[in-house]
Design a protein. Sequence first.
Length: 389
Amino acid sequence: MLAPRPVVSAMTQIPHRRRFPTSQDDLARWMNPMNTFASRAMAWLALGWLGAAAPAQAAVWTVGAVGTGCDFTNIQAAVDAARTAPGSDTIRIARSATWTAQQLAINDTNELTLEGGYATCSSPAPDNTKTILSGAGGDQRAVLTIRGNNAVYLRRLVIRDGDNLGDPGLGGGIDFRNPSVLEISDSDIINNEARTGGGIYAEGTATTSEVFVRDRTLIGFNEARASGGGVYAAGLEFVITGRDTTVLGNEAQGTQSGSGLGGGVRITSTDAFRAFLYVSSDGPGGLGSIHGNTARAGGGVAITVAGESENDSVLRLFSVYPDAPAAISDNTARALGGGIYLQPDQDVSGNSFTRAELNGANLTGNEAPDGAAAFGSFDPREALNNATD
Ligand SMILES: [Ca+2]
Ligand SMILES: [Ca+2]
């Protein structure tokens, strides 16, 4: 079941860092990799010209029920085969089997795409029904643990019921620590639990670490015992720009003293890297980008820094869809900052700042005892916690 995948498509999937976009056209240019594709294509052609080994052919592997003609009947086995096979790989996960107790470990050096939406391994094309990967059962782990040094693309998947409640318990649905790119589209990250980062824990291991949440994706109804109900993003760029995409109904409980930051998202720098959270999604039906989440501080978003570092944390909320602006709406904090909570660190041993930049976006309907829309803390006595929980 080998099928070639165009090298061009694999190459154009690689996003690139650009300046902050201020309009839809800008965003298109910002996200459009063709600007640098030409240079990459030239580099590739030059390699070929010089007689270097051509990239290995990309492979498509199928995973599904026993006895139905699939390449694999176990997703981890397919992931391991992709790691061994040179070049990029795509794993199609069919709905012909029930995928529970999933705790998949990805540790590759080439691009890997996991895609659902196939009824069986012989389905010629995907449909609109996602494939469910459930973490219920098995160990207390994330459904997907992503290390290695490779871009990972997730398509048409439901990642749910992850139960990463042990120690350290980072990431219920996805635990991403990798110097490359994770890109998610047409997927749901729902009903996961972790100590930190209920839906997704993403930590930069290089300045190139980046997570893109693209179109039609829901990060919803996840719970963090400590901080980052939907997402905990540390020391990387986390980009939520997809159409009909939202971070909805997540909770950072804060069951221990000082935690409970960021019901939707907690963005924080690390000792090594700055952190950026870009948000422009409209949400389905214009619901808003970050909607109806709950925390102790920062019901929608908490922006914090690594104490004693010089690394800032920045939220950029901006609209690109004229009919549906980006919004942080109807979130609740039990203490501080219903929509947004900011906590810099300024003392003798470090100066790291937090910033929220809103450009044509809405901050509406949020609630908290102090700072219903936003609360900026400059008083260490108010600081809830700088630690990584
Ligand atoms: Ca491979
Ligand atoms: Ca589990």
